[in-house]
Design a protein around this ligand. Structure first.
Ligand code: WT7
Length: 656
């Protein structure tokens, strides 16, 4: 039975435990439906009230939504605020000594940082950035390991109104370069080295390589945090400066730069259906509101919680549920550097026990990996502090869901399966855990105020059980504002003409069951989801054809037990088709090449070589056919329109 069949036939349903429901912020289905009704009836005041309740404004806004230039919506736009003020300063009156961050380094070592200490560090670093000439509207690329300083750097940018663009530490120098160039970054913040599962990640060397490529001349300074004892190779005097030297002697307070609500807060690059990643531009107030409100509702936040989201700040999850949501609400949270499997597969469970984590949020791929490495391991730890579990990034298979529910949550913790995207900024479809019964594999129902629906090509809602396009029918505060440098692409990608430019098109297909629950089926575009990481097939194809030996390449996904999806590449070389030992050598070379061009996360699992790719007579690559071949399925499609059917058997051959 395919995953799709099995989730559609899923009939188990779990009501919130009585004790959980009673204490929940949104308690029982009636409370949820009342909020939905409020949003339906008074959409603007619903959001306006939340924005007044959850955000501290320097100057209040007078208008909730400006839709005069749709789809370039503005929210709360004459309001004035500062995001780091909302995440730090406003907590100091009563919570100065509350722990903000409990950091556990790769290989151990725990550091606790209070709100007042974090405030001090952010102010000092913000002053340091100012001394480098960074100010309002300047772009700063952050390419850091998952350490406290990564969060300090992000918060410091927001304090002075600079726009950060965090690049995940697993991306290559070439990828860093592309993002620096597109954003026109003035400063890059990095570390001499990162650590991941005991292995060194040469971050500074990658930045050097990125900056050596023409097109990055906008960068005037590189700030280097000393993470490991080794120094930094290739020091560029006049450009490179150590973090500790930059903050040395800087004042411990820094007046926030007061920003308009819709001023950009950050850009985060994500993959789409072309070769070039998109710079998703988020706003200040609207984005923050989404992060705060969803954090409070979906994670049923209580001030006594110890929250742990395992995401790296290189992804949107790490922005909204590490840097902005929890800090904005004044929460105590755990952050960790490294990987879930190092020093061993008990790391998560040990950390939950040790730090008395109450709310744990991770990705299905991590859950599947940990099941494989030790399905019984959680039993060895005291996980009784947990009261709520969450997942994000890809559909979770019911088996993994049930294991998470029973083994980790002891059948007492609701699981919030949260559907959202880099573009939506915050969780969109997810159970409010004290209100909504959960079903393994379903992200359940939209948050109040999120007008999600499933429609056909004409924009008409589809019946339950019929798949369609997932759309959001009204703009909402945390929605992406534009694609940096490319407003046209923003419009055509997300507000296509098919739906009269009215609906936000998410790019996923979905299904609804009889109770209205959403089941996400997968992407409708050429985007893959590998271990919860979003990758464009075109992006990997462009990387492959940039290799001088490659003539043509096509990339597809195939289901993978742990990663969700794996990358399969079909390659035509300029020279003769390699076989045997030569094919194995070329496979290794091309895998390294992709790691170098994009990052290890985009490496194909499998590469097949052919004299050509299967094409129709008009020259179009038959991707459906490639998908069947990648999965090792019998070819059921009609191949009579194929120009060159003989190459199919070549492509079915694996090199190793
Ligand atoms: C894509 C967005 C949201 C933060 C992490 C990923 C898939 C995300 C779920 C879920 C099924 C999911 C979708 C979406 N996705 N969450 N709970 N169930 N699919 O952000 O990199 O922007 O990727 O991830 O396909 O479009 P992202």
């Amino acid at each position: 039975m395919s995953t799709l069949d099995s989730i559609l036939r899923e009939t188990r349903s779990f009501d919130p435990a009585e004790d959980f429901r009673r204490k929940a912020t949104v308690s029982g289905p009636d409370a949820y439906y009342a909020l939905c009704e409020q949003a339906d009836d008074h959409y603007l005041s619903f959001w306006g009230d939340l924005a007044r309740e959850l955000i501290s404004w320097k100057k209040p806004f007078s208008r909730v939504l400006d839709d005069s230039n749709a789809p370039f919506f503005k929210w709360f736009d004459d309001g004035v605020l500062n995001i780091s003020y909302n995440c730090l300063d406003r907590h100091l009156a009563v919570n100065a000594n509350k722990i903000a961050l409990i950091f556990e380094a790769d290989g151990g070592g725990i550091t606790r940082v209070t709100y007042s200490e974090l405030h001090r560090r952010v102010c000092q670093f913000a002053n340091g950035l100012k001394s480098l000439g960074v100010g309002k509207g300047d772009r700063v690329v952050i390419y850091m390991p998952m350490v406290i300083e990564a969060i300090v750097a992000m918060q410091a940018c927001t304090r002075i109104g600079a726009i950060h663009s965090v690049v995940f530490g697993g991306f290559s120098a070439a990828a860093v370069h592309d993002r620096i160039q597109d954003a026109g970054a003035k400063v890059v913040i990095t570390a001499n080295e990162g650590l991941r599962g005991g292995k060194i990640v040469p971050l500074k060397a990658m930045v050097d390589e990125a900056l050596a490529i023409p097109g990055s001349e906008t960068v005037t300074a590189t700030v280097v945090y000393q993470r490991t004892n080794s120094g930094a190779s290739d020091w560029h005097d006049g450009r490179d400066i150590w973090w500790h030297k930059l903050i040395d002697g800087q004042p411990e307070s820094c007046e926030p730069e007061w920003m308009q609500a819709d001023d950009p807060l950050f850009i985060l690059y994500t993959s789409g259906s072309t070769g070039r990643p998109k710079g998703i531009q988020h706003s200040s107030a609207g984005y923050l509101l989404g992060a705060l409100n969803s954090f409070r509702w979906v994670f049923d936040y209580k001030p006594s919680d110890v929250f742990w989201c395992t995401a790296d700040v290189g992804w949107i999850t790490g922005h909204s549920y590490v840097c902005y949501g929890p800090l904005g609400m004044g929460a105590t949270q755990v952050i960790f550097e490294g990987v879930p499997t190092y020093p061993d597969a008990g790391r998560f469970w040990r950390m939950i026990e040790q730090h008395k984590v109450t709310t744990f949020y991770t990705a299905p791929t991590a859950i599947r990996t940990l099941i494989k490495l030790g399905a019984d391991l959680p039993k060895q730890y005291d996980l009784s502090s947990l009261r709520l579990l969450g997942t994000v990034g890809e559909p979770i298979n019911p088996e993994a869901w049930m294991w998470y529910y029973e083994m980790v949550g002891g059948e007492r913790c609701p699981i919030v399966d949260t559907w959202w995207q880099t573009e939506t900024g915050s969780a969109m479809i997810a159970p409010l855990p004290g209100a909504i019964a959960t079903k393994p594999g379903s992200c359940t129902l939209p948050l109040p105020g999120i007008m999600a629906d499933i429609v056909d090509e004409s924009g008409a809602p589809v019946e339950p059980g019929k798949g369609g396009f997932l759309v959001i029918k009204k703009p909402f505060p945390s929605l992406v504002r534009t694609i940096w440098n490319d407003p046209e692409r923003f419009k055509s990608t997300y507000f296509p003409e098919e739906f009269n430019g009215q609906y936000y098109l998410a790019g996923d297909s979905a299904n609804r069951d009889e109770s209205g629950y959403f089941w996400i089926m997968g992407r409708i575009d050429d985007v893959l989801n590998v271990s919860g990481h979003r990758l464009g097939t075109m992006e990997i194809e462009s990387a492959l054809v940039a290799n001088p030996l490659v003539a043509e390449a096509a990339v597809v996904g195939k289901p993978h037990e742990i990663k969700g999806e794996a990358v399969v590449a079909f390659v035509v070389l300029k020279g003769p088709r390699p076989t045997g030992e030569e094919a194995r050598r070329m496979t290794a070379e091309l895998k390294n090449w992709v790691a170098h061009e994009i990052g290890k996360l985009a490496q194909p699992d499998d590469i097949r070589f052919g004299d050509n790719l299967p094409k129709t007579r008009s020259g179009k690559i038959m991707r459906r056919l490639l998908r069947s071949i990648a999965r090792g399925e019998e070819i059921a499609q009609d191949v009579s329109t194929l120009e060159n059917p003989q190459i199919l058997s070549q492509l079915q051959e694996r090199a190793s």
